[in-house]
Every structure is written in C-alpha cells, then in structure tokens.
Design a binder for this molecule. Structure first.
Ligand SMILES: *[C@@H]1O[C@H](CO)[C@@H](O)[C@H](O)[C@H]1NC(C)=O
Ligand SMILES: *[C@@H]1O[C@H](CO)[C@@H](O)[C@H](O)[C@H]1NC(C)=O
Ligand SMILES: *[C@@H]1O[C@H](CO)[C@@H](O)[C@H](O)[C@H]1NC(C)=O
Ligand SMILES: *[C@@H]1O[C@H](CO)[C@@H](O)[C@H](O)[C@H]1NC(C)=O
Ligand SMILES: *[C@@H]1O[C@H](CO)[C@@H](O)[C@H](O)[C@H]1NC(C)=O
Ligand SMILES: *[C@@H]1O[C@H](CO)[C@@H](O)[C@H](O)[C@H]1NC(C)=O
Length: 260
C-alpha cells in the first residue's frame, strides 16, 4: 500500500523545472506550461484535468478525452487553446490568448486525475494540484526623454504609459549611482487604463561636463530603457536641451541594470 501511494505521487508531480510565474506583454498569448508525468501507455480516456484561477473560475476542462466547454467561465471562453497533440505526452499546457491588465497577478492552477481502467469512477490518482503559477502582465514604457536645464541645474527624465510602476536609477559620469533621497520621482497612474507616466528629477552637481544617465527598468519585462546625455558641448545658450539622447533596450544590448 505504501509503495503504491509513493508511486502515484511520483507520477503526478510536475517535473523539476517548475515554472512559478509567467511574464508577458499585454495582447500577447502566453503558454501556461504544465507537465503531468504519465505512464507512457496512459489512455486519454482515463485522464481528467482542469485549469482554474484564484477565483476558482475554470479556464479549461478535459474529461476522458473530451474538452468540457460548458465548465469554462465566460471570462475565459474563446481565450484558451490547449494542445491536443501534446496531451498524450502528459503536456497539459494551455495558451491564454489576448492578455489584458485584468489578467495581471492571476494565479493559475492545474489539477489532474487518472481513472482506474478497471472500473467506472474509480481513480488511479485522485485529483491533485499539478502546477501553480502567477501571471505578470506588462506594458513596455515608451518615449523616454532626458532634458537638462542648465539654469536650475536639474535633469528631468520622463517616460510614458507603461506597466507596472518602473524602477528608476540615475547615474552621474557613467558610474556613480545616485541615492534615492536625491531623486524626486513621481509615477502618475491613469485611472482608466492603469498605465503609469513617470517624471524623475535630480539636481545635478555643478562643474563642467555634467554627463547624466537615466535608467527606467520594467521589472516584469526585465527591460531597461536608458537615456544618456553627454553634455560636454557648449550648449549653455539653451536652457533646456535634449541632445545626444540614446534609448537602449537592455535585452538587445546586454546593458546591465543595477538593483539597489
Ligand atoms: C508543451 O506543449 C506546448 C505547446 O505545444 C509547448 O510550447 C511546450 O514546449 C511543451 N512543453 C514540453 C516540456 O514539451
Ligand atoms: C483582445 O482584447 C481587446 C480588449 O479586450 C479587444 O479589443 C480585442 O478585439 C481582442 N482581440 C482579439 C484578437 O481577441
Ligand atoms: C511617443 O512619441 C511618438 C512620436 O513622437 C508619438 O507618436 C506617440 O504618441 C508617443 N507615445 C506616447 C505614449 O506618448
Ligand atoms: C517632486 O516633484 C513634484 C512634481 O514634479 C513636486 O510637486 C514636488 O514638490 C517635488 N518634491 C520634492 C521633494 O522636490
Ligand atoms: C516577472 O515579473 C515579476 C514581477 O514584476 C518579477 O519579479 C520577475 O523578476 C519577472 N521575471 C523575469 C524573468 O523577468
Ligand atoms: C534580467 O536580464 C538580465 C540580462 O539582461 C539577466 O542577467 C537577469 O538575470 C534577468 N533577470 C531576471 C529576473 O530574469
């Protein structure tokens, strides 16, 4: 009896590379990955699994070889695609289509059970949770800009309409990281679409060549927008300038982001 229950347990745990969160961009259709370790010969007619969210709304339901559309909550109807050709391999992943910020922070769980081939409604394995993951949905920030006002000796970095709230860092002379108390950052959130617009201001120390760099990091996408101003030129005639602006994508350019 003991040996049987251990074997059942091993067959139902998902594999070692367990996914705890899935990060995606609004409008994309991420796969929610889940693998059920099935014996190679399992007949799909003996398999039952379903996915639900943290409100217990069902995303997808599969019972003995058939999709059970009637169990699916209306919020997920027509938004979930399974991969029937992969289910025999124990791959019970589903794809969530057209994500919105309403899906952000949802926790998704997959439960599975295998029926006993000998009798009706007797389980080889009772329902068990196979996978659980949190979905993080993001909107990339756009239009980063950096302006230096040489009269007030302030630098202002702005970026528009992204999600979630970004982390802002400033560098002076390419290596010195500013303390948070020297930085005034306000992130305004649009009450309708929840997107943030950010303004960050620092007072730059006097002296020649005040080169400044502003880094705006989207934690969900792990992307950093970078604006640099190399201010060596005689630009003093204009109080506000935005020359030598560079916008980089940290993933494309391998620019490291330095957390606090
Ligand atoms: C499971 O199936 C999905 C959809 O075909 C695929 O993207 C994913 O890589 C598969 N996972 C494994 C571990 O095979
Ligand atoms: C995706 O969702 C948005 C907002 O709910 C909707 O306007 C759009 O038509 C949807 N697109 C598809 C392909 O379902
Ligand atoms: C970003 O800038 C482009 C071109 O200047 C403009 O068309 C677009 O509306 C701006 N985006 C936002 C979110 O402000
Ligand atoms: C920070 O900036 C906001 C708007 O840009 C301003 O209203 C506020 O007074 C500033 N706070 C400090 C401590 O400078
Ligand atoms: C996914 O998003 C979460 C929440 O923003 C973040 O903590 C995590 O580091 C992100 N994962 C990756 C791989 O970027
Ligand atoms: C974010 O991306 C950098 C490389 O651009 C990588 O070194 C780091 O591990 C990533 N962070 C997470 C949480 O995935």
């Amino acid at each position: 009896m003991f040996i049987i229950s251990v074997a059942c347990f091993l067959l139902l745990v998902s594999d070692a590379t367990e996914v705890l969160y899935v990060n995606t961009t609004v409008g994309e259709s991420p796969v929610l990955p889940c693998i059920l370790m099935l014996p190679a010969t399992t007949d799909l007619k003996l398999l039952r699994f379903y996915w639900q969210d943290d409100r217990a709304y069902v995303l997808y339901s599969f019972n003995k070889g058939k999709e059970m559309h009637e169990h699916v909550h209306e919020l997920y109807r027509d938004r979930i695609a399974a991969f029937p050709q992969d289910i025999t391999e124990g791959n019970i992943s589903v794809k969530l289509e057209n994500t919105t910020l309403e899906d952000n922070q949802r926790v998704f769980q997959a439960f599975g059970a295998v029926f006993d081939s000998r009798g009706r409604n007797r389980f080889e394995f009772e329902f068990r949770q196979i996978c659980q993951m949190t979905l993080h949905v993001a909107v990339p920030y756009k239009n980063i800009s950096l302006n230096v006002n040489k009269e007030t000796m302030t630098a202002v970095c702005t970026t528009q309409r992204g999600f979630p709230k970004p982390l802002v860092k400033w560098r002076l002379h390419s290596q010195h990281l500013l303390d948070l108390q020297d930085v005034n950052t306000t992130a305004l959130q649009d009450p309708h679409d929840h997107l943030y617009t950010l303004t960050s201001t620092i007072v730059i120390p006097g002296g020649p060549d005040p080169s400044v760099t502003c880094l705006v990091h989207n934690p969900t996408l792990n992307v950093t927008l970078i604006a640099m101003l190399n201010n060596g030129e005689a630009e003093t005639s204009r109080p506000s300038l935005a020359g030598a602006l560079m916008v980089l994508d940290s993933q494309a350019n391998h620019t490291p982001f330095f957390p606090t």
